[in-house]
Design a protein around this ligand. Structure first.
Ligand code: TA6
Length: 310
């Protein structure tokens, strides 16, 4: 079983433009709403692949209802904590099609009450069983201190689960102390925790080695279009994604991690795991929505993924 934990989910409002120009009236071509919040995306991937998973976290208000119904439409089993006051946040994703790439503007989210925090703790204690993979992804909401965040992470170890982290800054620093099974930092998050220059592969490998020495089992450093560098106790993989016609890069990292967890849940080896994850992330990039990908397209991309053992 995989438990995905999104403490601060979002309703993504994706605005498609021809281009984005300052001091100009930039006409919206299309507005699309989709699931946001990172670990939610992982559940979408796992459910599409019929890998048993439960999506939990904290919702509030109409936006929360909308995100939950989008998740359920994609076959995700949701078991969230609902807070009376507050409103699940919106993330604004601006996609100027002529430029490529996207601009992401996120709200902080609503403040979590003590009662909600307690309910989240007991929900995790109820849900997590020995051997489950438990993935925390996305920024935590206001109202949860680093210490309290660490308390939630420690419940995974208490239930003998495997902790997976896709988080950043001081929350990631706190999580590293618990020797997670897998972390998936992007370049900026990796530089923050290791001080290494991610433009130099040797420095990336050095930083990953240090993290592995701390007891982390898998470090998947995502380097955007450059692909990823995977470090395990057995060695390194350099992974180059296929060239694709990018529409929206939002959610690529989350779908990548979802693909990896789907393979690990089926006990695939590291090469197969990250070949599939990379093909999934590439497929996501060709779709407007934050959580959309195509499994047929992924199958076609598999053989175009280049993998080198370092
Ligand atoms: O990774 C994509 C995404 O989940 C978007 O859907 C958007 O909601 C944003 O990231 C949220 O990121 P945050 O780190 O604020 O949780």
């Amino acid at each position: 079983m995989v438990i995905t934990v999104t403490l601060n989910p979002a309703l993504d409002k994706i605005i498609l433009l021809k281009r984005l120009e300052k001091n100009k009236n930039n006409q919206i071509m299309e507005t699309v709403y989709d699931i946001g919040g990172k670990a939610t995306h992982i559940s979408v991937v796992l459910s599409a692949l019929y890998v048993e998973n439960i999506a939990t976290g904290i919702f509030a208000g109409k936006n929360g209802l909308r995100v939950q119904s989008l998740l359920e439409d994609k076959g995700v089993y949701c078991d969230f904590i609902w807070q009376g006051e507050g409103e699940t946040r919106e993330s604004l994703i601006i996609v100027p099609q002529e430029e490529g790439g996207s601009y992401m503007i996120t709200q902080r989210g609503f403040s979590i009450t003590r009662d909600t925090f307690k309910k989240m703790k007991s929900k995790l204690l109820d849900l997590i069983k020995e051997g489950d993979m438990v993935v925390f992804a996305g920024g935590p909401p206001p109202g949860i201190s680093i210490e309290e965040y660490k308390e939630l992470l420690q419940l995974v170890e208490k239930r003998k689960g495997k902790l997976i982290l896709d988080i950043r800054g001081p929350y990631l620093e706190a999580g590293l102390q618990l020797m997670p099974y897998l972390i998936k930092p992007n370049e900026y998050e990796f530089q923050e925790i290791t001080g290494m220059d991610t433009s130099k592969e040797k420095q990336c490998m050095l930083g990953i080695e240090r993290l592995l020495k701390q007891g982390i089992k898998i470090v998947a450093l995502s380097l955007g279009k450059r692909g990823s560098l995977i470090g395990t106790q057995e060695g390194f993989l350099r992974i180059i994604p296929p060239e694709v016609q990018e529409v929206n890069d939002t959610g690529c990292g989350d779908v990548f991690l979802g693909g990896a967890l789907a393979m690990l849940a089926q006990h695939k080896n590291i090469e197969e795991t990250f070949r599939f994850a990379t093909a999934m992330g590439a497929s996501k990039a060709t779709h407007r929505e934050s959580s959309k990908f195509s499994l047929n397209q992924t199958q076609r991309f598999l053989e175009q993924v280049k993998i080198e053992f370092l």
